[in-house]
Design a protein around this ligand. Structure first.
Ligand SMILES: *[C@@H]1O[C@H](CO)[C@@H](O)[C@H](O)[C@H]1NC(C)=O
Ligand SMILES: *[C@@H]1O[C@H](CO)[C@@H](O)[C@H](O)[C@H]1NC(C)=O
Ligand SMILES: *[C@@H]1O[C@H](CO)[C@@H](O)[C@H](O)[C@H]1NC(C)=O
Ligand SMILES: *[C@@H]1O[C@H](CO)[C@@H](O)[C@H](O)[C@H]1NC(C)=O
Ligand SMILES: *[C@@H]1O[C@H](CO)[C@@H](O)[C@H](O)[C@H]1NC(C)=O
Length: 626
């Protein structure tokens, strides 16, 4: 008796074997075509290599060896891209490439642990000249050192590579001999040495260390300077010798012109020593604040007097003033306040505590010798008023608003699952069946991008949006993304470009008790246990803390059982995992980039001059109490 075949439950008449073969091969060809042409299309637009290569192949051939990638099993097995220099740190590793916007890194890096990051943006060099060889009192040197640190930090945060030049660079210049032969006033001689040092380095920006960038990241002038291409030797109207930008050829020509000037002795400064046509004078410099002697005398006379009385202490005051102005500028840029993302309103309090605390620090008024003063480049600023601080909000979604700063905390899917309202912590263990039956896929990313992408979108385009928010130039200037299981980066001051005030005044209204250093929770004597009753809110916070601790420990444990569970959770939440890895790698790379630069700079005399020297205390103790 022939076998009864059925299609969708309905029997259909037996077919001769030849027609079966034709039908089957038609289906097979159709299936292959569908796979090949829909897979690349499911990846959203963006610079993806696949878009350009896959479509050139006229007839798809099935590769003999298949790649292990889950996403595209029909891809030919390939070598993973080469490991780049300094591209690992702890567990995080990354590969920087221009096609970083692909939703899933592993489809390019062929390694689930390696995230695909945007190429590091070249930081154009900005030079300042500081003569560390001059004999001065120690406290004078310390004050100048503090000023130099402020200068380096402010320019670093704006995307430059600040470099301190010293007489060593000037002497390295072949033209130095010519300078030595001239008999000049000490001021003019220093000025020329400064130019020789710059000429020795080449194309870039020469900046006085009392000139600081005070504007938003998108300011057109800062954006122009960041591009690193200076068609003409440029100086700025009213800024004197504060800032020059130019290419090596132009700098050399200017220096030669000055040195061969017969009337060099009579010239007051470098600008006077060359013909006026040497420079293009830019009248727009709204984002540059120059604290030269004249400005300080005019606008901040209290400090000018102090400098006259006692140089070092006056300089320290000036330094404090510039830091407070940098902070005020930042607060004015983000006038809508700070959004600390909190996607699961009732369950994320502990996880976002460090982010929230950072937000509180940032909304503080900086301590300043002239509290209501404005930077010299922006007389109409809004000075920080303690009674009207910036708003801190805790929205559940990411909003792309230009004057809102976002601090995001990205949890690993395991952490999300532990903290999720669905998870009943009385259930002894998180198990694979629980994940599959009860938990939603990618809950964190779906919530965060709900407004950006709407609902009903799959994980891949959400990840792309997320990556844009984290790592694009615009994104880095408007947000900071940390992972929930790790500590805050310890060089936060360098992200923002000023010393972040580290003490929170007791406003008595903050939701969560924020202990100061002296009230550090001692296991038995935290402020919480002093209260007779533990409120419901605090009990849930304590529970969250315990769960978070478990999540952190889980991340460090590597038992085979844990690994299995971890793999299952990561596979279930592909997009959340990708987001977490991406944020982790991006933050680590910024840290490594800065460390490397510090290492490089330390070799030079200038590096010693602008080093932090324990001035900045670590952040660890401020955030480790969640
Ligand atoms: C970067 O790599 C070099 C060698 O390739 C190594 O000496 C240096 O310590 C690394 N720097 C960091 C910050 O990891
Ligand atoms: C990724 O990292 C985990 C844990 O560090 C490890 O178990 C796994 O083998 C790694 N995967 C690859 C492809 O290296
Ligand atoms: C946010 O807005 C800026 C400019 O308005 C845009 O360039 C950027 O791509 C947006 N980012 C996201 C994640 O939508
Ligand atoms: C703490 O804040 C107060 C006022 O806000 C300020 O006067 C003091 O200098 C700050 N202390 C530190 C160590 O920053
Ligand atoms: C914290 O507790 C330890 C013992 O647990 C004690 O030695 C220490 O003095 C306490 N510190 C404060 C500030 O109370």
């Amino acid at each position: 008796m022939p076998v009864q075949r059925s299609l969708l439950g309905r029997p259909f008449p037996p077919m001769p074997p030849k027609r079966v073969a034709v039908l089957l091969s038609t289906i097979a060809v159709f299936a292959v075509f569908t796979l090949v042409f829909t897979l690349p299309n499911s990846i959203p637009s963006g610079p993806s290599l696949g878009r350009f290569t896959d479509h050139k192949i006229p007839m798809p051939k099935l590769p003999k060896t298949l790649s292990p990638s889950i996403l595209n099993p029909f891809r030919q097995a390939a070598h993973a891209p080469p490991v780049q220099k300094n591209s690992t740190s702890g567990d995080a590793s990354w590969y920087s490439n221009w096609n970083w916007m692909s939703p899933f890194s592993s489809s390019v890096t062929l390694d689930e642990n390696r995230s695909l990051l945007p190429p590091l943006i070249d930081r154009p060099p900005i030079y300042t000249y500081y003569d560390h060889t001059l004999q001065k009192e120690k406290d004078h040197k310390d004050a100048e050192n503090a000023v130099l640190v402020t200068w380096r930090r402010a320019w670093w945060a704006q995307g430059f590579k600040p470099i301190i030049l010293s007489p060593a660079e000037a002497m390295n210049n072949p033209l130095y001999a010519e300078l030595q032969m001239q008999e000049l006033e000490p001021y003019l001689k220093t000025e020329l040495a400064r130019w020789l040092a710059w000429e020795n380095m080449g194309t870039g920006i020469l900046c006085h260390y009392l000139l600081l960038p005070m504007g938003s990241h998108e300011d057109p002038l800062l954006a122009f300077l960041r591009r690193g291409e200076y068609p003409q030797l440029t100086r700025f109207d009213h800024l004197g010798s504060g800032l020059f930008a130019g290419t090596k050829g132009d700098i050399t020509a200017a220096v030669k012109q000055a040195l061969s000037n017969k009337a060099l002795k009579e010239a007051g400064d470098f600008i006077g020593a060359v013909s006026p046509e040497t420079f293009k004078i830019d009248p727009k410099h709204g984002a540059l604040a120059f604290y030269d002697t004249r400005t300080v005398k005019e606008k901040y006379s209290k400090i000018a007097d102090e400098i006259e009385n006692d140089g070092p202490s006056g300089l320290m005051m000036l330094n404090k003033l510039t830091i407070s102005h940098l902070h005020t500028t930042w607060q004015n840029t983000f006038s809508k306040g700070i959004a600390v993302l909190k996607p699961q309103a009732d369950h994320m309090t502990a996880a976002i505590l460090p982010a929230r605390k950072l937000a509180e620090f940032l909304t503080q008024c900086p301590s300043s010798p002239l509290p209501s003063s404005c930077p010299p480049n922006n007389p109409h600023c809004k000075p920080c008023v303690a009674s009207l601080p910036l708003k801190i909000t805790t929205p559940s979604v990411y909003r792309n608003t230009s004057d809102l700063y976002t601090i995001g905390t990205v949890p690993h899917p395991f952490t999300t699952a532990l903290l999720s309202p669905l998870y009943d912590s009385s259930e002894s263990e998180l198990t694979i069946p629980w994940i599959r039956r009860k938990s939603k896929r990618d809950p964190w990313l779906t919530t965060i991008t709900a407004e950006l992408c709407g609902t009903g979108m799959s994980g891949a385009p959400r990840v792309v949006k997320f990556k844009d928010a984290v790592a694009s130039q615009y994104g880095t200037a408007h947000s900071l993304w940390i992972t929930a299981e790790r500590d805050m980066p310890d060089d936060l001051d360098w992200y923002f470009g000023f010393t972040i005030p580290r003490n929170v005044t007791d406003k008595g209204e903050s939701e969560t008790p924020v202990p100061g250093p002296e009230r550090k929770p001692n296991v038995s004597s935290g402020p919480r246990t002093l209260e007779p009753e533990v409120t419901e809110e605090e009990a849930s916070l304590m529970k969250e803390r315990a769960l978070l601790k478990r999540a952190v420990e889980f991340g460090q444990a590597r038992t085979p059982e844990d690994e299995k569970l971890r793999k299952a959770i990561e596979a279930w939440n592909l997009a959340d995992t990708e987001a977490w890895r991406f944020a982790r790698a991006f933050l680590e790379r910024s840290r490594v980039e800065r460390k490397r630069w510090e290492e490089e700079e330390r070799k030079y005399a200038g590096g010693k001059a602008g080093a932090e020297r324990g001035m900045s205390e670590g952040w660890g103790r401020w955030f480790d109490d969640r």
